[in-house]
Design a protein around this ligand. Structure first.
Ligand code: BUJ
Length: 635
């Protein structure tokens, strides 16, 4: 399963590679170090992304501010950043600031940060029963953990030429290369091993709420699994002290006990606290510790992961998305690095905390666990068993904590009710058709979103597409900015000037947008966007404690970072659905994929009417694009 969290293939076309900066000192992705872009490149890219969002006067002002920044304070900050980066050879320039960004955010992690992916059902119907599927998924997850710990996990590889580099001889070759040179070995055949440093926080890890900035905690020595059922916490060891996995039937017996034992909701479920804003939660956690609950909290934080055995069966993909994205709040521990959720009807998904890692790592884990549990299930449907008792964590809750839980519950219930999730499916074309048209599938979907937003708002709005930079050591993500002068021209033509343009002209505009988008994708995957660079400079300026440069205070800078459309795509046969919340109150969270013969997205928003309008307008935009690609005038 090739991993493709917007890690767009470099095969996308040598046609636009020459248009990448060809300055002799332009940073190249030497070894696997994430390059700090040149400041003038970042400013140029920033201004290009700002242009469609501003009127002439605003643009001139922002251009002036940016140029002054480039020549003045920005130049100094950039030099300092480059120096710092040189000193910190063991990591990337973005790693620290990015952890800070996540861990300092005070908003609740649920809905604001934690995404979800939902697994496709086991193709064998009888294996989709809750208890059996949960057991098989737990066993496969622990197998993954063991491979990781014993360094047997094959490196994640981004294949530029999948035919050769996915072949057996290559896999053999790369496996026996020492890790320090594996990158070069892979480079020889145009395959890029991805950074795997994030995996160390996949298991036995939690985000711990602290005043003003949270901390990440990992305890690899812990051997127990955390299981949640009806708001109760249970633990049992899934590994023995030698690291052997418990027999699958024993795991199943414990899970059966839990299903039988947790037959009612607790008076007060601690889980709601993980839905709180982080400072509130940090304070209540301190009270919990003072009341003598530290050991229990440690058991939660250090557990290999959290298994949520839900007591509901979502009836459609809307309900499923709600269930996996936020659930009802009492059967989740949102601070856990990830939770494996299995509903009553055996549907499984993963909700993950985002600070420690990105979609690429979680997707790899999901793929392997899905594959292993469906191809080599640990248990078959008929296995007989009886329940085996395990420890239930009991907490001492004083009135103040109970009242904090109650407040958290009311807040969470209110917020989750305001969140609308809708899926959209467009069946008239998909990747095959788009590729035949010599266009980029991702670019076409993004262009459709641009046209749609233009129709809805009467102007271009800020848009974000996540792109992995895991090809670099401690790489995280870069932003692709699908809003450009070209997408603006195209949107205008499709929305306001429908009768003005010949089909050939419209087709030409689509072509140009597609080429430009592909270039932005490649630049971003190579660490040559502008967002992370500017973010790191801002972070540096803030850490110096001096006054913030005008550049970052410019309202246009604030606006481009108020992403009305926040988008992300990933694909794998193991994934049925995925999604995340909007990043601004008036925006949309759009998880999408262009499949072979159709395309679709899962959209979240706090604005019901606007969301419906967006989706019906998206249909119009895609129909328009199809008309043009088929050579028909716009209807
Ligand atoms: O950009 C970043 O640094 C990380 C981003 C942040 N944000 C979500 C805000 C964009 N994180 C990710 O991109 C991870 C997202 C993981 C979930 C992606 C879901 C994709 C769904 C694909 C399937 C949709 C099919 C729908 C069919 C109806």
């Amino acid at each position: 399963h090739a991993i493709s969290l917007s890690l767009h293939r470099a095969e996308l076309g040598p046609d636009y590679i020459p248009s990448l900066p060809s300055h002799p000192h332009a940073p190249t992705p030497d070894k696997s170090e994430l390059p700090v872009p040149r400041l003038e490149d970042s400013v140029r890219r920033y201004l290009a992304a700002q242009k469609p969002l501003l009127d002439d006067e605003q643009y001139r002002n922002t251009e002036r501010i940016a140029k002054e920044f480039q020549k003045g304070i920005g130049k100094q900050l950039h030099q300092d950043l480059v120096e710092l980066d040189k000193k910190n050879k063991y990591t990337s320039y973005i790693s620290g600031p990015w952890f800070d960004m996540y861990l300092s955010a005070r908003e609740p992690v649920v809905l604001n940060f934690n995404p979800f992916i939902c697994l496709t059902p086991d193709p064998k119907e009888a294996y989709n029963k809750q208890l059996l599927r949960a057991t098989n998924l737990v066993v496969s997850s622990i197998k993954f953990l063991n491979s990781l710990r014993s360094n047997c996990l094959r490196p994640d590889i981004y294949y530029v030429n999948p035919k050769w580099s996915k072949s057996r001889p290559f896999k053999h070759f790369i496996r026996f290369l020492p890790s320090s040179v594996a990158w070069y070995g892979a480079l020889l055949v145009n395959a890029y091993p991805l950074d795997m440093s994030q995996y160390k926080c996949l298991f036995n890890s939690s985000r711990i709420p602290k005043l003003n900035k949270d901390e990440l905690f990992t305890n690899e020595c812990a051997r127990h699994l955390l299981v949640m059922r009806n708001g109760h916490f249970y633990i049992f060891d899934v590994l023995d002290h030698l690291g052997n996995i418990l027999h699958p039937s024993e795991i199943k017996a414990y899970l059966l006990y839990i299903l039988q034992d947790a037959d009612h909701l607790p008076e007060s479920s601690l889980c709601y606290l993980t839905t709180e804003d982080r400072n509130t939660w940090a304070k209540v956690r301190q009270q919990l510790i003072e009341e003598g609950n530290e050991e229990n909290l440690m058991k939660i934080d250090s557990a290999v992961f959290c298994l949520c055995l839900d007591n509901s069966s979502p009836k459609d993909d809307d309900e499923l998305s709600h269930c996996m994205l936020h659930g009802n709040g009492f059967n989740r521990w949102f601070d856990k690095s990830f939770s494996l959720i299995v509903t009553s009807d055996g549907t499984a998904g993963i909700n993950f905390e985002h600070s420690w890692g990105d979609g690429v790592a979680v997707l790899r884990f999901a793929n392997e666990v899905h594959r292993n549990s469906t191809r080599h299930p640990a248990l078959v449907p008929q296995s007989a068993l009886s329940a085996v008792k395990c420890e239930r964590l009991e907490f001492k809750l004083n009135d103040s904590v109970k009242s904090a839980i109650n407040t958290a519950r009311m807040k969470f219930d209110k917020t989750k009710q305001k969140m609308f999730v809708r899926q959209f499916r467009f069946q008239k074309f998909g990747k095959e058709f788009i590729v035949k048209q010599k266009l980029s599938p991702d670019a076409v979907f993004q262009l459709a979103c641009q046209i749609t937003a233009y129709r809805q708002y009467g102007k271009m709005v800020s848009c974000y597409e996540a792109c992995s930079t895991a090809a670099f050591k401690h790489g995280r993500t870069e932003t692709i900015r699908p809003t450009s002068v070209l997408s603006q021209q195209c949107s205008r033509a499709f929305v306001e000037e429908r009768s003005k343009h010949a089909v050939a002209e419209l087709r030409d505009l689509i072509d140009k947008c597609s080429r430009y988008h592909r270039r932005l994708q490649l630049e971003a995957a190579l660490g040559r966007g502008f967002d992370r660079h500017l973010f790191a400079l801002k972070h540096l300026a803030a850490s110096k404690g001096e006054h913030m440069p005008e550049f970052f205070l410019d309202s246009a800078y604030q606006r481009i970072n108020h992403n009305i459309l926040s988008t992300s795509t990933l694909h794998s046969p193991a994934v049925h659905l995925g999604g995340f919340g909007p990043v601004v109150p008036d925006g949309f969270g759009i998880g999408y994929h262009v499949f072979d013969t159709w395309l679709g997205c899962n959209v979240t928003s706090y604005l019901d009417k606007e969301q419906q309008e967006f989706l019906s307008s998206l249909e119009l935009s895609l129909n328009d694009i199809l008309d043009v690609l088929e050579g028909n005038p716009l209807a």
